[in-house]
Each structure stands twice: as structure tokens, then as C-alpha cells.
Design a protein around this ligand. Structure first.
Ligand SMILES: NC(=O)c1ccc[n+]([C@@H]2O[C@H](COP(=O)([O-])OP(=O)(O)OC[C@H]3O[C@@H](n4cnc5c(N)ncnc54)[C@H](O)[C@@H]3O)[C@@H](O)[C@H]2O)c1
Length: 358
């Protein structure tokens, strides 16, 4: 790639969360950051200096970066697309068509239609399209996946997964709370992570129907008070049925009087055991326990640490390209989650259960 098969040159488009991508790529010995892009010239300059990206490799438009990559001037193999959700599909598709591999931020897109097009374009271009479902990548989540896949839980039939925030609407008044730019509120922003984690631990069953309700009471009131735009939900709850009979309950909020700053729980129940992962101290550290029966007693095991190191999403993307294998979070999994997200918004709007296609 870019001349060497054991090395990948990446560009990062969008430098908010994109800074985490840059820090992640910097840890991979198999990767060089070859370009960065942001329409905000000051942010571009600051991040360029922080990550030592030379001026000729800083772009103020995604198109210019992709054109430079295509002409092989910049020697870029792959890009991270870390832009507002509305740009995930068009910029990823443009990059794939230019022959670049893509690591796209979550959610994969704003709609199933867009997500399907992205997956189809990647297949056509024979390029890797990965999605940053970052909660899969923690060492603890990797350990839980191995436990779930080992069969120790027996038949997995039910899951409950939630990310509820008492108050925390990202960039209030900006693109996150504007439906045409984001596709939705906490369901598509936070719910996507915990729903993916649950579905992944369940073995990616096919979702077939959704019944959901969404609310915007607090967000709309605060928006009126502050004269800011806000036309997405601030809380969503959903019941999802899967092929084979398993089901899942999802809850996600940016606002709600729950008495905790952040409450995250994922429970996976099988007929022989269960997994419970929850956040500690209302923050972003997690504890996980595996429950079951042994010697005629109910027992629990604390999952402390995975023995093998777990690569970050950025290292895994680079490794997958060099090793010519699937990334840990391929776009097709993002598409499956997107089907549920679409179903949630459709069901909430119609006030009844909806069937999912695909
Ligand atoms: N995986 C995670 O845990 C995680 C965490 C945070 C954000 N995200 C995702 O990352 C994406 C970006 O979110 P964010 O928080 O960084 O948003 P942000 O608004 O902070 O940053 C977006 C950046 O993109 C730039 N930008 C906007 N339009 C552009 C264009 N046309 N070309 C080039 N640059 C452009 C903006 O100037 C800004 O610097 C979203 O999809 C979000 O859901 C994921």
C-alpha cells in the first residue's frame, strides 16, 4: 500500500473526534498519517501542529484530499471519515470510488438506504469499509465476546441495553440536534453503541421488528428557552424482536431525570448464564460479571482483565488492511444496526410496531 504492503498511509477527514483517530493511528507501527482535513482552518492548523502534519498535507475540503489521494500525489491508502452524520455516506462513497479504504464513524449513515449504498459501493470497489463501533474494542468487551461465543451462556434469548444521560446534549444548538444533519438524537448517537454491543454479544441475530417511542420534551423546552434549534428526540425506548425469537430492550437519552450523570448497562441473558456490564461511578469505566449456576448454587465471575492486549479500532483497521482480513467492526454490522435505528424512528412516528426489511 502506497508502495509497501505492510504499511498503510491514512488521511483523517474531520478533526473533532478525528483527533482520537489521529492519536490511535499514531500508536500503530504499521501506519503513517499522510493527510488531514477540516473546513475549519484554525482547527486544521492547530491539529496539524499537534500531530506534526506538514502544511502541504492539510486540506480544507474532503474533495481536495480525495483528489490528491486519487492522483497518488499524496500516497494515501485509506481515510477516516469523522464528519457530521449527514456527510458519512457521500464522503465515504466518494472515497471508496477513488479507491480508498474507509473507516467511517458511527452511525454508518442517517438512513438504511444510505448505509446499503455504502456497503454496495465498498463491494463494487473491493475496498474495506469499517465502522467505528468503539465500545466493541475495549479489552473487557473483547473478553465478553469470547465468553458469549464460547457457548457458556447457553441459548441467548434476551438482552437489555441502555445509555441514559441525565443531561448532556452534544454541541447543543449545533448539528447533533438538527435532524437533517444528524438523522436523530440519542438513539442514533448513543443508542447505536450499546445496541451494537448487545447485538454483537448475542451473535448478530437478524432484527425483524421494532416497537418504539421517542420523546423530546426536555430538549425542546431548553431549545425554546435558549432560542436554539433542536428537532430530534432527547429520549428513545425500543423493543426489538430477532429471527429465532430472541428480543432486546434499548433505552437511550440525552436528558431525563434519572439521578445519575450517565447510566450504561448491557445485560445478555442465556438459559445457562448471563453477562452484565455496567458503568462505574456514572463515568466511562465499566465492570462486567458473568452469572451462572455451579455446584447447585448461583455463582458470579468478575471479568477483570483480558490477557491479550486489545487493539483500538484504528489499529484494527490498519491491521485488517495489512493482513487482508475483515475488520472487527465491518460496515455490514453497522448496516444491521441502522435497520433497527430506522425501525425505531418509523415505529415512534407511526405509534405501532414495524417490520424490518433486509
Ligand atoms: N465512536 C465514538 O465514540 C464517537 C465519539 C464522538 C463522535 N463520534 C462521531 O464522530 C462524528 C463527528 O463527531 P464530532 O463530535 O467530531 O463532531 P464535531 O462537530 O466536533 O467535529 C466535526 C468536524 O468536522 C468538520 N467538518 C464539518 N463539515 C466538514 C466538511 N464538509 N469537510 C471537512 N470537515 C468538515 C468540522 O469543522 C468539525 O471540526 C459523528 O459522526 C459522531 O457521531 C463518534
Amino acid at each position: 500500500m502506497a508502495g509497501r504492503r505492510d504499511h498503510v498511509c491514512v488521511g483523517v477527514i474531520g478533526l473533532g473526534m478525528g483527533r482520537a483517530h489521529l492519536a490511535g493511528y499514531a500508536k500503530s507501527p504499521r501506519c503513517t498519517v499522510a493527510a488531514i482535513c477540516d473546513t475549519d482552518a484554525e482547527r486544521l492548523r492547530q491539529v496539524g501542529e499537534e500531530f506534526h502534519v506538514e502544511e502541504s498535507r492539510r486540506f480544507t475540503s474532503a474533495e481536495a484530499l480525495i483528489v490528491a489521494a486519487k492522483s497518488r500525489r499524496a500516497g494515501i491508502d485509506a481515510v477516516s471519515v469523522v464528519l457530521p452524520n449527514v456527510l458519512h455516506a457521500p464522503v465515504s462513497i466518494r472515497a471508496l470510488r477513488a479507491g480508498l479504504h474507509v473507516l467511517c464513524e458511527k452511525p454508518l449513515a442517517m438512513t438504511v438506504r444510505q448505509a446499503e449504498r455504502m456497503v454496495a459501493e465498498a463491494r463494487k470497489a473491493r475496498r474495506t469499509l469499517a465502522i467505528n463501533l468503539s465500545f466493541r474494542f475495549t479489552p473487557q468487551s473483547r473478553a465478553l465476546k469470547e465468553i458469549a461465543d464460547s457457548g457458556r451462556l447457553g441459548r441467548i434469548y434476551y438482552a437489555r441495553t441502555r445509555w441514559m444521560r441525565e443531561r448532556g446534549m452534544p454541541g447543543f444548538g449545533g448539528w447533533f440536534g438538527t435532524k437533517r444533519l444528524s438523522g436523530g438524537g440519542p438513539v442514533i448517537d448513543l443508542g447505536v453503541h450499546r445496541m451494537d454491543l448487545a447485538m454483537w454479544l448475542m451473535g448478530n441475530p437478524k432484527p425483524v421488528s421494532v416497537s418504539a417511542a421517542t420523546y423530546d420534551l426536555i430538549g425542546s423546552r431548553v431549545a425554546r428557552e435558549q432560542a436554539k434549534p433542536f428537532d430530534v428526540e432527547d429520549l428513545g425506548a425500543a423493543f426489538v424482536r430477532f429471527e429465532g425469537g430472541a428480543s432486546l430492550v434499548l433505552e437511550a437519552s440525552w436528558a431525563g431525570y434519572i439521578g445519575k450523570r450517565e447510566d450504561m448497562v448491557t445485560e445478555i441473558l442465556g438459559d445457562r448464564g448471563g453477562i452484565v456490564q455496567r458503568n462505574l461511578g456514572e463515568g466511562y469505566e465499566f465492570e462486567a460479571r458473568v452469572h451462572g449456576e455451579e455446584g447447585g448454587a448461583l455463582v458470579e465471575t468478575v471479568v477483570r482483565q483480558r490477557l491479550e492486549p486489545a487493539p483500538s479500532p484504528y489499529e484494527d483497521f490498519v491491521d485488517a488492511l495489512v493482513e487482508r482480513r475483515e475488520p472487527l467492526a465491518p460496515a455490514v454490522h453497522g448496516l444491521q444496526v441502522q435497520r433497527v435505528l430506522d425501525g425505531i424512528y418509523r415505529s415512534a412516528a407511526l405509534g405501532r410496531e414495524v417490520r424490518l426489511k433486509g
